[in-house]
Design a binder for this molecule. Structure first.
Ligand code: PLP
Length: 384
């Protein structure tokens, strides 16, 4: 968001910037979903709804969880929120308290640690290894457990690395999670953004996890609906009751028009998703090849999911430019914004300062120009 804001600021000064910083699909929301919103407006669906979402929406979410994830929930176990972000924040606030410790494997989405801290609990950042494809191993999880560890957050496919946990890795983690009696928050927002195989769901792989697990998901990425704000959580009734009560006090129901649009998104044909994914697939090939062709950027693994790559850039540290010396991924991002007019995100806030995140939620034409400009800037500064 901050990197995107800097790009917008420069554009307002008349400087043309290509943004590879965005965490949202560049596609428009499908017309059938917009139509459903127009119909909802015309029908006067402009009033409060039940806090956890209309019955119709929760039924659509229930069916989605059944058909796409093979998981059974009833309506009292589902809460719709204003985005996956609100869903995650409410679940974390409902589950954790002062004195609790919550494990966050890194690199991780920046908001988890803040949400855990806001709940009063302590985020325990556990770095994964690039050599392991940024997958948390059961061993590392076991080594990170302490007497106050109460939960863990898994995000597969992941932001910012694109890593996708496979069934054996999930099974091994599940053993440790169950043994230690942890809560597992499974953030599935990128579940459909996979290229090489499906992303297995932890609760499908190990059904015992479902009793200790809460799903957080969102329509933002799957249906190109980031601005509409519709996410949801599903989990054990007691937890979801608390999440609903919390939401009832801190915000209330998600937007009523958005809820009607979301029913259409979830229950209608999925053709646009396929089209979007075909496009993302070709962009991924292009971006991976191009990143690997640049001096000083290392990307050993082809990310299996999401729409980001997370290369290591430490070989470029020491590079001098008019703004100073590059000593981190963030400073490389500053340099590229100034010298190449390309916005990307430094890795520090994801817990990996030697990396940068590049989003390929942008057209191939823009990606081509962006990488040409990055290459020119790097070579002009003497990168080899
Ligand atoms: N989880 C992850 C890993 C994300 O990257 C994001 C958004 O970038 C979200 C959750 C929340 O998305 P939203 O609040 O738009 O549903």
């Amino acid at each position: 968001m901050a990197a995107e804001a800097r790009a917008i600021e420069l554009r307002q000064q008349g400087i043309e910037v290509i943004s590879l910083a965005a965490g949202e699909p560049d596609f428009d929301t499908p017309e059938r979903i917009k139509d459903a919103a127009r119909r909802a407006l015309d029908a006067g669906l402009t009033k409060y709804t039940p806090t956890s979402g209309t019955r119709e929406l929760r039924e659509a979410i229930r069916l989605k969880l059944k058909s796409e994830n093979e998981l059974d929930y009833d309506l009292a176990e589902i809460v719709a929120s204003a985005g996956g972000k609100q869903a995650a924040a409410n679940v974390i606030a409902a589950l954790f308290d002062e004195g609790d410790e919550v494990i966050i494997p890194t690199p991780a989405w920046v908001s988890y640690a803040a949400m855990v801290a806001l709940s009063g609990a302590t985020p325990k950042l556990v770095p994964t290894r690039e050599a392991d494809g940024f997958i948390l191993s059961a061993e590392r999880l076991r080594g990170a457990l302490g007497p106050n560890t109460r939960g863990i957050i898994i995000n597969s496919p992941g932001n910012p690395t694109g890593a996708v946990y496979q069934a054996p890795q999930l099974r091994a983690l599940a053993e440790v999670i169950l043994e230690a009696g942890l809560w597992l928050l499974s953030d599935d927002v990128y579940e459909h953004m996979v290229y090489d195989s499906v992303a297995p769901h932890p609760f499908t792989i190990e059904p015992r996890l479902k009793e200790r697990g809460i799903i957080v998901n969102s329509l933002s990425k799957t249906y190109a609906m980031t601005g509409w704000r519709l996410g949801f959580a599903a989990g054990p009734r007691e937890v979801m009751g608390a999440v609903g009560r919390l939401q009832g006090q801190n915000s209330g129901n998600p937007n009523s028009i958005t809820q009607a649009a979301a029913v259409e998104a979830l229950t209608g044909p999925k053709d646009e998703l396929r089209t979007m994914m075909e496009e993302f697939r070709s962009r991924r090939s292009f971006v991976v090849a191009r990143v690997r062709s640049l001096p000083g950027l290392e990307l050993p693994h082809v990310p299996a999911g999401s729409f980001y790559v997370f290369p290591k850039v430490s070989a470029l540290f020491g590079l001098k430019w008019k703004g100073g010396v590059v000593r981190s991924g963030d400073e490389l991002a500053d340099m590229l914004l100034a010298e190449a007019r390309v916005a990307l995100v430094g890795g520090t806030d994801f817990g990996f300062p030697e990396h940068v995140r590049i989003s390929y939620a942008n057209s191939i034409a823009n990606l081509k120009t962006a990488f040409e400009r990055i290459e020119t800037a790097l070579r002009a500064l003497g990168a080899k």
